[in-house]
Design a protein around this ligand. Structure first.
Ligand SMILES: [Zn+2]
Length: 344
């Protein structure tokens, strides 16, 4: 039956052809004669390999291999120069070797949902045109920092994996507008996530987040899904304040950073001669209250941000957002809405 379909489509010089749900475990050899074919659907079959003859499909832009039994990305795909969209969902892929993406640099969409992938190799950086990366329902524990080199990414879907952290470099993706992270084991989101200026949809439901990172409320989100986390609660408890003793290093760093803010700063000029010190000082933060700089000693606080009032979203929910204060003397000032974080 599959062969009859191929012959009919060949006569019609079809641009798009489907052999979906035909229970085939081999591609009819005549498919390789479709040299003008642009879209080929082979999903919902029992395929585990593709014949090398398919490299004749030099105009093929979209290939659906979903719901088959592939254990790897078929080698022949690297010889398809026009391939833009590749669907490999619902297969049996466990490993992506370092050469898995060779020849696929023109892909704009890669969907490998519902496989058993444990490791995403750093060589993913070769997919420089990729806009949508979907890895839902795999077994990933880490994402390589090299993902930040995929500057055209607009959407990443990592729902239902085993992620514990995300690389901070993910905050450098300039076009990212949708980030799906539901049902992982994330305890924190990277600081700097507020730099994702195009981000509009964020799904972190079903993780282990205690709060959102500093300045999270600056993101112009339209949709936020965050139920099922371990957010700190807005409950007042008695606590004892420890005596605050700053190290000499911390005190020196604060003095230098304060001096560097002056218009005529001798120390700022001197720092240019000590790049290692300048680099260390650049890691510091700023007090949410008095905006004084600090290096490694701060007071971790939380503020409860209203999604409606502070982030102009529809929800009436409030979310905990991390805030750092420089000292107890700032914390003890009246009139602010920062709360200390305690474990009960
Ligand atoms: Zn302060």
């Amino acid at each position: 039956m599959a062969n009859n379909l191929v012959i009919r489509a060949l006569k019609a010089n079809a641009k798009s052809f489907s052999l979906s749900s035909k229970k085939i475990d081999r591609i009819p050899s005549a498919v390789a004669k479709f040299t003008s074919l642009m879209k080929l659907q082979l999903n919902n079959n029992c395929l585990s390999t593709l014949p090398i003859e398919l490299q004749s499909l030099c105009h093929l832009t979209e290939l659906n291999l979903g719901n088959n039994v592939f254990e790897e990305i078929p080698q022949v795909l690297r010889y398809l120069p026009s391939l833009r969209k590749l669907y490999l969902f619902g297969n049996k892929i466990e490993n992506l070797p370092e050469d898995a993406f060779d020849g696929l640099s023109k892909l704009v969409l890669l969907n490998v949902n519902h496989n058993k992938i444990r490791v995403l190799p750093p060589e993913i950086q070769g997919l420089t045109h990729l806009e949508i990366l979907s890895l839902t329902d795999n077994r990933l524990e880490v994402i390589p920092a090299e993902i930040a080199l995929l500057e055209k990414l607009t959407e990443i879907n990592l729902t239902n994996n085993n992620l514990v952290t995300l690389p901070p470099q993910i905050c450098l993706l300039p076009q990212l507008s949708k980030l799906y992270l539901a049902r992982n084991h994330l305890k924190v989101l990277p600081e700097g996530v507020f730099r994702l200026s195009k981000l509009r949809v964020l799904d972190v439901a079903g993780n282990c987040l205690a709060m959102f990172p500093v300045d999270f409320q600056l993101i112009r989100l339209e949709e936020l899904y965050c139920e099922g986390n371990a957010f700190v609660q807005h409950e007042l408890v008695q606590s004892v304040q420890e005596v605050e003793v700053l190290t000499l290093k911390e005190q020196a760093a604060r003095l230098i950073m304060m001096d560097c803010r002056r218009e005529c700063s001798f120390l700022r000029e001197t720092l240019q001669l000590h790049p290692a010190v300048a680099c260390m000082l650049s890691q510091g933060g700023r007090c949410a209250l008095c905006s004084q700089a600090f290096l490694t000693t701060w007071l971790e606080c939380v503020q409860f941000v209203s999604l409606r009032k502070d982030m102009k979203m529809r929800s009436s929910q409030s979310i905990p957002v991390r805030a750092l204060l420089c000292s107890h003397s700032c914390f003890n000032q009246s009139g602010h809405m920062y709360y200390g974080v305690g474990s009960v």
